[in-house]
Design a binder for this molecule. Sequence first.
Ligand SMILES: CC(C)(COP(=O)(O)OP(=O)(O)OC[C@H]1O[C@@H](n2cnc3c(N)ncnc32)[C@H](O)[C@@H]1OP(=O)(O)O)[C@@H](O)C(=O)NCCC(=O)NCCS
Length: 221
Amino acid sequence: MDKPTVTVRRVRPGELSSGLKEDLAKILVQVDDEFEPPLSARSGTTQAGLKDLEPVEGGGYLDEMLEQDFILAFRGDSLAGFLSFRTPHVDTRFPEVCPCIYVSTIAVGHDHRRAGVARALYAALFALPPTLPKWIVLRTWTTNEGHLGLLAELGFESVHTIPDDRAKGVGTVYLAADRSRSKTDVGRAGRLKRWLGFPAAPLPAPAAAALTPLVRGHQDR
Ligand SMILES: CC(C)(COP(=O)(O)OP(=O)(O)OC[C@H]1O[C@@H](n2cnc3c(N)ncnc32)[C@H](O)[C@@H]1OP(=O)(O)O)[C@@H](O)C(=O)NCCC(=O)NCCS
């Protein structure tokens, strides 16, 4: 049977139905322990100080996240993954990429991994109206290799790093991408890369400019 295709939908702050909130919370429970530190131990989505956290009563992270903007990804009728964001967001540690769209959470359910769901969520984020900030900023932990590989491919670059922020050897990295330069090539870059049989090394941004000589070089050989 064919794999269900991924469809995406934006849901504005406060407009999540109760059914979607439940589906979203189920994904969050599934992925909680994969985050460093777990989301359930955090008091909010932009919390500083992520080391040695004590368990939090009352789901502070979830409550704050549910009030944000969302892009939801579905496969068939099932919620497969989501991305929450705040906009406009400003952080004085990297004023050169602010105001920005700040991605507070991205998570994909276990049954839907490696099916292009995260890629589709980012493509929708890059395609948000130009009236919103051109910079997209997010943070992740420095050992989150799968996610960091995807982000590099999409043109994200590091703008701020906090070594050992989460545990010894596990820092926080803030990354930014200029969606006005690369939005039309999100996804296409990945498909072309696979088609060309390239290794998983990240492509430089913007993807289109980088790919043109790569394609030509490949054909020449
Ligand atoms: C990271 C995460 C969002 C990726 O979601 P996904 O829908 O499976 O990702 P995609 O299918 O769109 O993958 C796109 C590319 O990302 C990279 N990638 C994704 N997951 C990977 C993994 N586990 N290992 C290596 N590379 C990975 C690959 O390059 C992949 O392309 P490919 O499948 O063609 O090789 C998902 O694994 C997840 O929810 N993880 C737990 C939460 C998390 O880490 N969130 C980010 C915190 S900031």
